[in-house]
Design a protein around this ligand. Structure first.
Ligand code: ZN
Ligand code: ZN
Length: 155
């Protein structure tokens, strides 16, 4: 028979699984992208058992146990910080993590990037095509707004 402790552990585990699923969308790339709170460097954030986590690290930990000291959970397959697809994550050294970024940087030149230079998400709704390039609507909105304000103050 399960003890009370075991039952409450299972309940907590089910609750976190539910939160993870409910706050994630699946992209065509196979990424499971976190839609909840995002840190300034683009990683998903969540609190679980009175601890603040980066969501991809939590997902890895729930599956594999504690992250060994000095190692990082890398976005080995996708280089998409809010992605929490366990199949895209791999444990590794900080050095390997940097190598991933370099490798993805090279790949990205020929790929559609998920964010514009200013970090706006390049969703279908937020992009338009100009001279065969995908452009960010949010940036255009900000530029237009800036021009408007300048015109207004020059009056
Ligand atoms: Zn991914
Ligand atoms: Zn933008």
């Amino acid at each position: 028979m399960l003890s009370f402790m075991a039952i409450s552990e299972i309940a907590k585990r089910l609750a976190i699984d539910k939160r993870l699923v409910e706050n994630t969308i699946v992209l065509a790339s196979g990424c499971h992208e976190w839609q909840g709170n995002i840190s300034s460097d683009g990683y998903g954030r969540i609190s679980y058992l009175n601890k603040k986590w980066r969501v991809h690290r939590l997902v890895w930990t729930l599956k594999n146990g504690p992250i060994p000291k000095g190692l990082d959970v890398r976005h080995y397959k996708c280089d998409n910080p809010p992605c929490i697809n366990i199949d895209h994550l791999r444990i590794g050294t900080r050095k390997q993590n940097v190598q991933d970024m370099v490798r993805h940087g090279r790949q990205r030149k020929s790929m559609n990037k998920p964010y514009c230079t200013y970090g706006h998400k390049l969703t279908i709704e937020n992009t338009y095509v100009h001279r065969n390039k995908r452009m960010c609507r949010e940036c255009r909105r900000l530029v237009n707004r800036q021009r408007y304000l300048e015109r207004k103050s020059n009056r």
